[in-house]
Ligand binder design. Structure first.
Ligand code: ATP
Ligand code: MG
Length: 404
């Protein structure tokens, strides 16, 4: 077993990956591999929440996306790559969590109304679309992930996941075995300490006072260090008892906030395949050149002789991602003084994208030529994930009294 904390993230196979996906997510995934035990999955069920009428799209993109991941630097030896739908345990946990999840928790997820408004051409008034943050919660909780890398728009999903876990532990972590375990642990404490602990627990339960929680935790820590025959399980039981949460069956994940770039598209709005404004990770150099040369610039710069303002130009956002200080200085000075034209300004960006893509293309070619190898990587990852998912479901079923 790995001692690194586990990270979980997924991507939807709804089309070829673009530079926004790379700079906004994938690049960070690659970085995280060294420090975390990373689980990355193809979220094909999530793709169906919006693309349920387009099975060909999903089918075509599952393995292509995995190839792009590996081409961009994911190392199948270091991280676990798998496909959501190959692990029906996700669906089982989703169903069980759904029973106790208030509808309001899902309706108030900010991305819900947002996306319905944005994706007007699709009918998203479906049960699946409303439920997808809960499916995401199941994806995370089933692997007891410690961290989930998120952009700001997804922070609310991690928050929902935490609430769901808390509620589950509260509802199902307090069976007879838990109560008996707590009583046995309390009996190991000196009488005065046990009384003091119960007093803090009551105070925290009634008022939520952080001080009472801290005092109770302090006492448990002291006991763990001082009492012979004290077990880690005793600590876990008393901490659950103290917080009123019961046994921790599902682990609350933390959002892992990392600096990622938000890349504009060719028209200056967010790069997104639904807007048709993307540069794909696999675009050929000629296509990259054509696309960037046609890219929107500062609208005030109509003629070559008009000075411009980089802050108003989406190409500048690309320079921020791709260019060194010297190039950036050259851009700012040249743009503001009309010393350089927009096409001149775009050239270093074109060169940098093409150079960035070169190793991706080379690696992708070997995998494209050998699909069996890609399938095998996913197979290995899926089986690794399955071991964890199965164990969690065993615990969950037992906690819910479903292990007849
Ligand atoms: P698209 O937005 O192209 O239609 P999608 O909706 O299937 O694709 P998302 O879920 O929006 O995919 O994105 C997957 C990941 O890539 C997310 O972490 C998201 O933040 C990131 N991402 C997508 N587009 C951009 C972008 N233009 N800039 C930065 N990050 C992006
Ligand atoms: Mg999107």
């Amino acid at each position: 077993m790995s001692i690194k904390p586990r990270v979980l993230s997924g991507m939807r196979p709804t089309g070829a990956l673009h530079l926004g996906h790379y700079h906004g997510a994938l690049k960070n995934w690659v970085r995280l591999q060294a420090d975390y035990e990373c689980f990355y999955f193809v979220a094909d069920w999530h793709a169906l929440t919006t693309h349920y009428e387009e099975r060909e799209v999903i089918e075509k993109n599952v393995y292509d996306m995995v190839i792009d991941w590996i081409a961009a630097g994911l190392d199948p030896e270091q991280c676990t790559i798998f496909i959501q739908s190959r692990l029906p345990e996700h669906a089982e946990l989703f169903t069980l969590l759904a029973m106790g999840t208030p509808l309001g928790w899902l309706e108030r997820v900010p991305t819900y109304k947002d996306q319905i408004d944005k994706l007007k051409d699709r009918d998203l008034a479906t049960y699946g679309f409303l439920g997808y943050p809960l499916l995401q919660a199941a994806d995370i909780l089933i692997y007891k992930a410690s961290y989930v890398p998120v952009g700001e728009d997804q922070a609310s999903h991690v928050e929902l996941t935490r609430e769901v876990a808390r509620r589950f532990n509260h509802l199902y972590g307090r069976g007879a075995a838990f109560e008996a375990g707590v009583a046995a642990a309390l009996a190991k404490l000196p009488k005065d300490d046990a009384r003091y602990f119960e007093k803090q627990r009551k105070a925290f339960g009634e008022t939520g006072a952080a001080e009472a929680l801290a005092k109770g935790e302090g006492l448990v820590r002291k006991a763990a260090a001082a009492i012979a025959g004290w077990a880690d399980a005793d600590t876990e039981l008393l901490l659950g008892h103290l917080r009123g949460s019961g046994k921790t069956i599902l682990v609350e994940p933390q959002a892992l906030h990392t600096e990622v770039a938000r890349l504009p598209g060719l028209d200056g709005t967010k790069m997104s395949k639904s807007l048709g404004n993307t540069v794909l990770m696999r675009d050929e150099p000629a296509a990259v050149e054509k696309k960037i040369r046609g890219m929107t610039t500062d609208p005030a710069r109509v003629r070559r002789t008009d000075p411009g303002d980089p802050e108003k130009c989406p190409v500048w956002q690309f320079h921020l991602v791709y260019s060194d200080a010297t190039t950036k200085d050259w851009v700012v000075a040249g743009c503001k003084s009309a010393g350089i034209g927009c096409l001149e300004c775009k050239q270093p960006v074109i060169d940098a994208i093409v150079a960035e893509q070169r190793p991706w293309r080379e690696r992708a070619e070997t995998y494209l030529a050998n699909p069996k190898h890609v399938h095998w990587i996913v197979e290995m990852g899926t089986e690794r994930a399955r071991v964890v998912a199965k164990q969690t479901m065993k615990d969950v079923r037992a906690a819910m009294g479903l292990d007849y």
